[in-house]
Each structure stands twice: as structure tokens, then as C-alpha cells.
Design a protein around this ligand. Structure first.
Ligand code: ADP
Length: 157
């Protein structure tokens, strides 16, 4: 049987950028829900964050990479500079982000518009699963600062 020759479909690569300080079950849920939509997801850990950090970025990359060690369609990379420039450098035409609230919406809308303007990048927003709506890295950091066990908010292999 001869196979009809068709041009190779371009790989759909999405960049999931963030500080991930730390990477929570809310972030993990977005990656896993994004996988059916894309051929590959690159989790981009922002290195030039001015925010107070729990773990140094290189260590964050390590922890997240370990989590997806058995998922060849997910890779984890630290980056600095502009997110659109990094997206282009890895061949990503999409940015994946999450929405928990109206507050997230306004922030994400502005960044998405700028990334589209600057780099012709489409942002794909997924609503949070309701059970994760209250989980944020900043709340987890605060709980850690007060000595609370946060393991229920962190993904485990
Ligand atoms: P940034 O510092 O760039 O906002 P974060 O690491 O805080 O990065 O978050 C990365 C992305 O993940 C953001 O789009 C954020 O809205 C989304 N996100 C964070 N926590 C959750 C959650 N619990 N449910 C859904 N999306 C989330």
C-alpha cells in the first residue's frame, strides 16, 4: 500500500513560563491538561525574577525536571530575558498559562496581548480546576515560613 505523501505537520510546542517558586499541584495540573493539546511542553523557569525566592532557580529546574522524568514530551529549562524571545528560541508558538481568578485574568490578558504584539505568540489559558483555585506559590511560601507542612500542595512522583 502506498502512503499518501503529506507535508509534515509542524510540531505544536508550548512554553509554560513562570517562577514556580515552588511548583505546585496547580502548576502540575496545567501541564497534564495541556499535554493532549501540544506535542511538547517546555516549562520555562524564569531566572531573572526579582521576587523573593524559596529555592534558587537552578534547583527549581532540577526538582521540576525530576517530576517529569518519565514524560518525554515535557522538558524544563531555566531562562532569562524576555519570554517571547525565549519562546522563539525553542520554536514555541504558544504560551500556556492558568487562570484562577479575575485578578489572574487582568494580569494574563495584558501579558498575552503584549506577547502577541511582540512575538506573534498565542496564549492558551486554562481555567484552574476548582480544587486548586486557592493554591499559589506565594501562599505555599508563607505557610513554609510559618513552619506548616505543605506537602499536600506539592506534586509527588
Ligand atoms: P508568575 O510568577 O509568572 O505568575 P507562577 O509560577 O506564579 O508564575 O504561575 C505560573 C502560571 O501558573 C500562571 O499563569 C498562574 O496563573 C498559573 N497558576 C499558578 N497556580 C495555579 C493554580 N493553582 N491553578 C491554575 N493555574 C495556576
Amino acid at each position: 500500500m502506498t502512503q499518501a505523501s503529506s507535508p509534515q505537520a509542524p510540531r505544536r510546542v508550548a512554553l509554560f513560563p513562570g517562577s514556580f517558586d515552588p511548583f505546585t499541584i496547580g502548576h502540575d495540573s496545567l501541564v497534564r491538561r495541556g499535554l493532549p493539546m501540544f506535542d511538547h511542553i517546555v516549562i520555562g523557569v524564569g531566572l531573572n525574577e526579582s521576587k523573593r525566592s524559596l529555592l534558587p532557580p537552578a534547583q527549581r529546574v532540577q526538582v521540576i525536571a525530576n517530576l517529569y522524568a518519565d514524560e518525554p514530551r515535557v522538558s524544563v529549562v531555566g531562562y532569562d530575558g524576555l519570554t517571547v524571545d525565549f519562546a522563539h528560541s525553542i520554536g514555541a508558538r504558544f504560551i500556556l498559562r492558568g487562570l484562577r481568578s479575575v485578578k489572574d485574568f487582568e494580569y494574563e490578558r495584558d501579558i498575552a496581548a503584549m506577547n502577541h504584539h511582540l512575538g506573534d505568540i498565542e496564549t492558551i489559558l486554562l481555567f484552574t480546576e476548582p480544587q486548586y483555585a486557592a493554591i499559589s506559590s506565594s501562599v505555599v511560601r508563607e505557610l513554609i515560613a510559618f513552619g506548616k507542612d505543605v506537602s499536600e500542595f506539592l506534586p509527588h512522583k
